[in-house]
Design a protein around this ligand. Structure first.
Ligand SMILES: C[S@@+](CC[C@H](N)C(=O)[O-])C[C@H]1O[C@@H](n2cnc3c(N)ncnc32)[C@H](O)[C@@H]1O
Length: 302
């Protein structure tokens, strides 16, 4: 090989290496590129007259769950969180107070329940339970059973700690510690929904790890916790892989004017996954498709 040809070949190899590195840097700058997931088609336990359900009733070929029990796929109930302790036992009842930011009408949740047939519903960010109550009521009336896992620190988000005069964000602080959780639980009890609603007072990501450790599959999840870009990004990345095929992830505040960071994350998630984004008022939602061959490896980063 003459020296001219050798120089050309070396320059070309050099260019390939430089471009490859530039490509890698570009990918590393895309925050979504570190996240992948597998869509595992789940063996949905079906039922019929010949194959009855072990627990719950057979409806349209699938087993319903008993009240307070998350169904055949997810063997959890209130005892899974609290063991022998009953969190509602001897709860001091407070005046019914359903103050919240729940912008959607009941029709929306009726449709979500028809769509996802939830036996396990999870709400991240419940506050005093305004939206939890609607979801749990639909479980009770449409599904005649099931469980809502109500995930919240009950200590508010940053904006709850910056404005002393905001009556909507009063944390009911006693000796330095917010007591909103007892307003939430009291509300559930008074509405006759305590049997269906289990509070899980953990930060969202720790709750996601709890759900992962119990190997649960989520039928319906409502994300309404932290609204900051980084926090919501982690919420979606942690929770979405645990939504079962056919399940639904709903979120609040798809509202460019008031919550631009929510819109940014949701749009990025859509662009990265190429899933169909549904928007209904300020609600956004995605339905877990049957299979996605481009996603391989782990179920989640947690
Ligand atoms: C907008 S409120 C939820 C409103 C509620 N869905 C309703 O309909 O009224 C947000 C809630 O998310 C909770 N929250 C914020 N960040 C959280 C996090 N990282 N983990 C768990 N809960 C969180 C707050 O404590 C607060 O109760």
């Amino acid at each position: 090989m003459n020296s001219k040809l050798l120089t050309v070949v070396l320059v070309m190899i050099g260019m390939i290496i430089i471009n490859w590195n530039l490509f890698r840097v570009a990918c590393a700058n895309n925050i979504w590129s570190h996240w992948n997931e597998t869509y595992v088609p789940l063996p949905e336990p079906t039922c019929s007259i010949d194959v009855p359900c072990q627990r719950g009733m057979c409806r349209n070929g699938i087993c319903t769950a008993y009240p307070g029990y998350a169904g055949n796929l997810n063997h959890i109930s209130v005892q899974s969180v609290y063991f022998r302790h009953d969190p509602y036992d001897q709860l001091a009842v407070r005046p019914l107070d359903l103050q919240g930011w729940f912008n959607t009408n009941d029709e929306f949740w009726k449709r979500m329940v028809v769509l996802s047939q939830p036996r396990l519903a999870i709400e991240v960010g419940v506050w005093k339970g305004r939206s939890t109550a609607v979801i749990a009521t639909e479980l009770k009336t449409q599904m005649a059973g099931g469980l809502v896992l109500a995930v919240d620190t009950f200590t508010g988000a940053p904006e709850f700690w910056t404005n002393d005069n905001d009556p909507e964000r009063g944390l009911e602080i006693v000796n330095g510690w917010p007591t909103v959780i007892w307003t939430f639980m009291s509300n559930m009890k008074q509405l006759g929904l305590a049997e269906y609603v289990v509070p899980l007072p953990l930060p969202s990501l720790q709750a996601a790890i709890w759900v992962r450790k119990h190997d649960l599959w989520i039928d319906l999840i409502h994300i309404d916790g932290a609204h900051e870009y980084q926090m919501l990004l982690l919420d979606i990345q942690a929770w979405w892989p645990m939504v079962r095929v056919g399940g639904v992830m709903v979120g609040d505040d798809y509202d460019l004017e008031h919550w631009p960071e929510v819109v940014k994350v949701v749009n990025e998630f859509q662009a990265w996954t190429k899933l169909e984004l549904h928007v209904d008022g300020v609600k956004w939602y995605f339905i877990k498709p049957n299979s996605r061959s481009q996603f391989v490896s782990t179920r989640s980063f947690i």
